[in-house]
Ligand binder design. Structure first.
Ligand code: HEM
Length: 385
């Protein structure tokens, strides 16, 4: 039956298009061999792609009931979570997907950094990648406000305030984002447009260019830049079925993780935004915590200068690390630098997470100040925040 339909389809299309011409390039792409160093870590790129597609699909479902107005946004998300058919599931998959996407895209970036894949001739693939990473974060920042709850409202107020402190252009950026003096109806519609129209299309085309570059230039080996071995690998792994099978396996694992987290640790909606009530200890999303924490230690301008250097460094990295070696063991300085950056992100992130909260460790209660420094408090006041 399937064979019959297949035959009829190819006859129908074959009578209208020269399918023979397409067969060869498609076969070439599918059978293209990959270098022997390609393993499980090389599935992080396709995992990022899978998460992006999942975000688009669940985002479309959310759009059916979501209303981007101050009066209706919170209630519409509540409706999705409690009444819409399977609404709770696709809202949770969307929320968890956003968080996982930040982690996976970051890990993919780390993988290409460690294996020196950003070096010649793949500098542009890296630069488009950095744009994709930044846009993934902006996706998170703009999406966070859309449920119009207290946490989101105040995190956006703080976030746009930080942008406002950039010398020269800050006030303009803040006004552009907020659409007025404060976060309000204008901000919600601006974030909505950025989140559901501007970013998805921009990321779509950027991913397309990124993937075309990857396909044209092939996956990097661990051999030095411009060496003969680079173009002719010793042992090769076929893209299909070897690598595609690995991608299929991680796809199902990721899907399982998304559904499990959605069921076991659902995101709460919290309370509706109230511009007149500032909650205690407002914090941005976890992936902005390292940056937010660094800003606390320095005077405003110096802090902004330091946190702006990070993305700038990422963009120009292929032109900074110009040695020919790709193998991580032969690039001790850049790998040490990478480890230092990852450790700083973890430490500052953790300090940001603990700051302005009370926690119990080994039976003692500590109050963490805004700098994340713990102060032990008397037993009589013991209770967790
Ligand atoms: C939505 C985000 C992204 C998607 C969907 C994506 C997708 C992919 C895919 C499917 C591959 C080939 C397989 C692999 O190496 O894993 C790849 C390769 C690559 N990506 Fe990404 N990527 C994204 C973000 C990034 C970021 C943030 C960077 C770095 C800043 C980056 C840099 C690279 C580089 C340098 C390669 C070539 C790897 C090599 O030749 O070994 N990508 N990407």
């Amino acid at each position: 039956m399937i064979r019959k339909i297949k035959g009829q389809l190819s006859q129908w299309f074959g009578g209208r298009f020269d399918l023979e011409k397409l067969k060869e390039p498609i076969k070439h792409q599918i059978e293209k061999p990959l270098p022997e160093n390609v393993g499980w870590f090389h599935t992080l790129g396709s995992m990022s792609l899978f998460l992006f597609v999942s975000q688009v699909l669940t985002g479309i479902l959310l759009l059916v009931y979501y209303r981007p107005t101050v009066g209706e946004a919170f209630e519409s998300v509540k409706f999705i979570m409690t009444k819409a058919y399977m609404g709770w599931l696709y809202r949770q998959i969307h929320a968890w997907g956003a968080n996982l996407m930040v982690i996976i895209v970051f890990l993919h970036m780390l993988r290409t950094f460690v294996t020196g894949s950003f070096k010649k001739p793949r500098e542009l693939t890296w630069i488009f990648g950095v744009f994709l990473f930044v846009f993934t974060l902006v996706f998170g920042f703009t999406g966070y406000l859309l449920p119009w709850n207290q946490l989101a409202y105040w995190a956006t107020t703080v976030g746009t305030e930080v942008a406002g402190a950039i010398p020269g252009v800050g006030e303009f950026i803040k006004l552009l984002l907020r659409g007025g003096a404060n976060v309000g109806a204008e901000t919600l519609s601006r974030f909505f447009v950025i989140h559901v129209i501007i970013l998805p299309w921009t990321v779509f085309f950027m991913v397309l260019i990124h993937l075309v570059l990857v396909r044209f230039q092939g996956i990097a080996t661990l051999d030095p830049v411009d060496s003969k071995e680079e173009t002719k690998s010793k042992r090769e792994v076929p893209f299909f079925p070897h690598h595609v099978t690995k991608e299929g396996i991680v796809f199902f694992i990721l899907l399982g993780v998304l559904v499990t987290l959605s069921i076991l640790h659902p995101f709460e909606l919290g309370e509706k935004a109230d511009p007149l009530q500032t909650p205690h200890g407002i914090k941005p999303e976890w992936y902005f915590l390292p940056m937010y924490q660094v800003l606390k230690y320095f005077p405003k301008l110096i802090g902004i200068f330091i946190v702006s250097l990070a993305p700038l460094f990422l963009f120009i990295w292929p032109f900074v690390d110009r040695t020919k070696e790709r193998h991580p063991l032969k690039r001790p300085i850049s790998i040490a630098f990478g480890i230092l950056v990852v450790l700083s992100l973890l430490i500052f992130g953790m300090m940001g997470y603990l700051s302005e909260s009370k926690r119990q460790f080994f039976g003692k209660t500590y109050e963490f100040d805004i700098y994340g420094v713990p102060h032990e408090i008397a037993q009589a006041n013991n209770h967790n925040s």
